[in-house]
Design a protein around this ligand. Sequence first.
Ligand SMILES: [Zn+2]
Ligand SMILES: [Zn+2]
Length: 247
Amino acid sequence: MTEKFVGYYRLLEALDKPGCPICRCLLEDGRRHLDALLYEQVTDVETRRRLRAAWGLCNWHTWMLPTLGGGMTGAAILHEDLVRVCVRRAGALRDRRQSRLARLLRRWRAPLARRRSVERLVRRARCPLCVAGRRSETRYLDTVVEFLGDREFAEVYARSTGLCLPHVVRAIEEGAEGDGLRRLLDDTLPKWTAVGRRLDGFIRSHEYRTSPPMSAAESSACTAAFEIVAGAAGVFGNDLHADDGGA
Ligand SMILES: [Zn+2]
Ligand SMILES: [Zn+2]
């Protein structure tokens, strides 16, 4: 990729702000996408269909809704529809369990049928905003890896917080290797080391358990460390149900 897509300029803006620039872009893209959804696509048939297929937005994008500062009427219209769909689908699970056939075959068939119903529920379509976010994430990662070889971009990156660990791992999963990967690691790891040193300094100046409340600078070093290790809040979800085979 040599062409600078619109995300290149969003990335440049995000590099001027604190935190992982790709996490920042994905958060802002999500909010922009939600705004468009609430103000322009609430009555769009295809949007409704995709949301129903996914049983609504994911947890992350759903809870972005109240933080948008508007559009709650649109959110209410969408969720009135989704709640109705949830009642119907969950009701079908109950009816299946109470069916005569299920009772007759309970000893060996019903548990299997129940498992299949739950599987269908868990294997729902992905959140449409996350699907779009995943495509953007790949382009942001490609852009960082490619343009770190460009002096102008490298200078902006040098002043930034740099990528979080989960995004460095994603870059490798997306195929970063050779000079691109070496530059990414050479330009990022010293930033992580610097955050670690800041934390180390604070820990040494405080007595464990009896220390006074953290100052703003100390708190920001902690936040920076959290983001390096785990990515920005919400972007990488959690492991609570990671082994359920869900979408
Ligand atoms: Zn990140
Ligand atoms: Zn989502």
